[in-house]
Ligand binder design. Sequence first.
Ligand code: C2E
Ligand code: MG
Ligand code: MG
Ligand code: MG
Length: 278
Amino acid sequence: LLRREGGGRLLQLEGAAMSDMRLASSIRAELITALQQGQLHVCYQPKVCAESGRPLSAEVLVRWESPLLGHLSPATFIPVVERAGLLSHLTDWVLREAAVAQLALVKKGLPPRLAVNIGASEFTPDLPARISRIFADYGASEHLLEVEVTETSVITDTRQADSIVKALHARGIAVALDDFGTGYSSLAHLQACTVDTIKIDRSFVQRVAESGPDQKIVLGIIGLAKMLGLETVAEGVELESQRRWLAENDCNTLQGFVISKPLRFDEYCQLLQAWPSS
Ligand code: C2E
Ligand code: MG
Ligand code: MG
Ligand code: MG
């Protein structure tokens, strides 16, 4: 059914576009092998202080290079993995990668904070204990961890969401609302549980340096976050003009291609080493 192009891109045979369902079942079958054969890896995208540019931490992003399916974006395969009920395997694997990376950063005397993405179906009451168990296995410190929760995952059961966030906080784990502003009820999330950080979605950041509604929305989000005592991170900052505008308008932290693409671990260490510790 599938053949790989030279560049590793997915090639669809028989001229017809492969249906989502067939892609889903291929991904399902392949993921098991991928986890066993080490086809997955993670990269690290820096988050920097908007004012000084100093790197503060990194987001751990999963990558999958499948010999059969080629390079797959997490945006494509995470939802399939989630529907197949396999996301917990992937999340546990990513958490172990984060624990190992944290230990290496500590050993090198580099800033060891890392953030891991948690999918909708993973934001369940067993999550805090799962993280604790994995970090304890490696002797890593969970208080150096942040979880990024996509907005759509939090709200289904507000009371439960709040108690999960509290259990994470009790362990010193920070919580960020990812892709803020794109969910059904962004403000209800802030009402329901006390997160630490709002990650302003890339779709608002794209036009933030132009006067228009997006700029006013971002100003509103930053103002709201300040009043609630929350940190703001802008994601998907691609232009110098956006970086400048966000820094001037009190967004705390920036992430995006203008600062750095997601990096291999050794590249991330090099970036950190360029900043002497104060
Ligand atoms: P996200 O958490 O919102 O991550 C940001 C995505 O935007 C990443 O895509 C990143 O590479 C990309 N990005 C960063 N800066 C820029 C920029 O300046 N411009 C543009 N155009 N894009 C930028 P990626 O790595 O493909 O990940 C996509 C989504 O997949 C993530 O969105 C996250 O929701 C999910 N994901 C990634 N890794 C994991 C994981 O380990 N577990 C779970 N559950 N989800 C993950
Ligand atoms: Mg994220
Ligand atoms: Mg995001
Ligand atoms: Mg996003």
